[in-house]
Ligand binder design. Structure first.
Ligand code: AHG
Ligand code: MN
Ligand code: MN
Length: 356
């Protein structure tokens, strides 16, 4: 019989490779895996729609009324606020930093997360996800601070996501490759199903919201035409796939090869810095991409090198196979000069405005 590798066993084996490890990160990952199981179970029940309410189970019905992203957020907060492992958290669902009471001990780590990513897909039975990342604490006061949460992605200790799709998968990296686990519902365990995930060399897909094309810069438009094989270079075109759920699009591209594109908008578009949040969306996928042989960029430079200034700041994002992301930067550098005033200095502008 082949040996089943549960996520617990795998993480412990990984930990054993680092003699100084205290097990805190290991336990933190267990906590996140448990939160993922709870969220997955609620998402599955959500599919029952009004049938659950009609059955008269008020409690369940009441829970179902709650927006799932708020539910997911509460699960993650409750799972992590008393363990002593964390000093603070930041979530898409909280405007401000979530402080962790010092009575539980001042943890060495801080957690950033998007509890439910792609939540507009929930009602229509399309995959959604949870994105998480963990930084080591850099301040030493009684509680964690913004400074701990606002660090470049390069210094992440862990990044990962959970995809609630035809099966539930947890994919994470601690900086030693990317590993994927599939939830076995009969066992209630995440089992190692995708060790050492790497972007395939030959990409198949690109993912972008073409509905926003009129607001793309000339460089991004030309880049996407290049991906479509329209520049006569003889390269085969990539197929287009887009779900509106970063986790699902990123996951597909990781397995099949490709690039996810959400650029900054110009010419009257209302997303000068794109849509994705730098801290709890962009950095996490950038970290995983790099660990899987790919990379991420904001169109100018590596996303992992950007110093965030606010919790909810947005960033343009090109993430996937390395050569496709390199190419995006080349097109932006070559064709977007005329937008320099409006688009290229968005990093600085974002810092000045401190906008959400
Ligand atoms: P969230 O549901 O957490 O707000 O994130 C949605 C994000 C991301 O998952 C997705 O890639 C993007 O929004 C889709 O945006 P468009 O609908 O503008 O394409
Ligand atoms: Mn999201
Ligand atoms: Mn969300």
């Amino acid at each position: 019989m082949t040996q089943l590798m549960t996520i617990e066993r795998f993480i412990l084996q990984q930990q054993a490779r680092f003699p100084d490890a205290t097990g805190t990160l290991t336990n933190l990952l267990y906590d996140i895996a448990l939160a993922a199981k709870l969220i997955a179970s609620e998402i599955r029940r959500f599919g029952l729609g009004d049938i659950v309410g009609a059955a008269g189970t008020e409690n369940v019905h009441g829970e179902r009324q709650q927006k799932l992203d708020v539910f997911a957020d509460e699960v993650i907060v409750r799972m992590n606020d008393h363990t002593g492992r964390l000093a603070a958290m930041a979530s898409e669902e909280h405007e401000e930093i979530i402080e962790v009471a010092p009575r539980y001990g001042s943890g060495k780590y801080v957690l950033l997360y998007d509890p439910l990513d792609g939540s507009s897909n929930i009602d229509v039975n399309v995959s959604v996800g949870t994105i998480f990342s963990v930084h080591r604490r850099i301040t030493s006061g009684p509680v964690g601070t913004l400074q701990d949460l606002l660090q470049p992605g390069r210094s992440l200790a862990v990044a990962g996501y959970v995809i609630y799709g035809s099966s539930t998968m947890l994919v994470y990296s601690t900086g030693t490759g990317v590993h994927g686990f599939t939830l076995d519902l009969s066992l209630g365990e995440f089992l190692l199903s995708h060790p050492n995930m790497r972007f395939p060399e030959k990409p198949l897909y690109y993912s972008a919201n073409h509905g926003h094309e009129k607001h793309w810069t000339p460089g991004v438009r030309r880049y996407v035409k290049e991906l479509q094989g329209l520049h006569g270079t003889g390269k085969p075109p990539l197929s287009h796939r887009y779900t509106g759920s970063l986790v699902a699009d990123f996951h597909r591209n990781l397995l099949r090869g490709g690039v996810f594109v959400y650029p900054g908008e110009v010419g009257g578009g209302d997303k000068p810095n794109g849509k994705l949040r730098l801290t709890y969306e962009g950095q996490a996928v950038a970290f995983i991409a790099e660990q899987a042989g790919g990379r991420a960029s904001d169109g100018i430079g590596d996303l992992l090198d950007i110093q965030p200034h606010t919790l909810h700041q947005r960033t343009p994002c090109f993430v996937g196979n390395k050569e496709l992301v390199d190419q995006a930067e080349e097109f932006v550098a070559q064709y977007d000069h005329e937008w320099r005033g409006q688009y290229l200095p968005y990093r600085q502008r974002e810092a000045q405005l401190g906008t959400r």
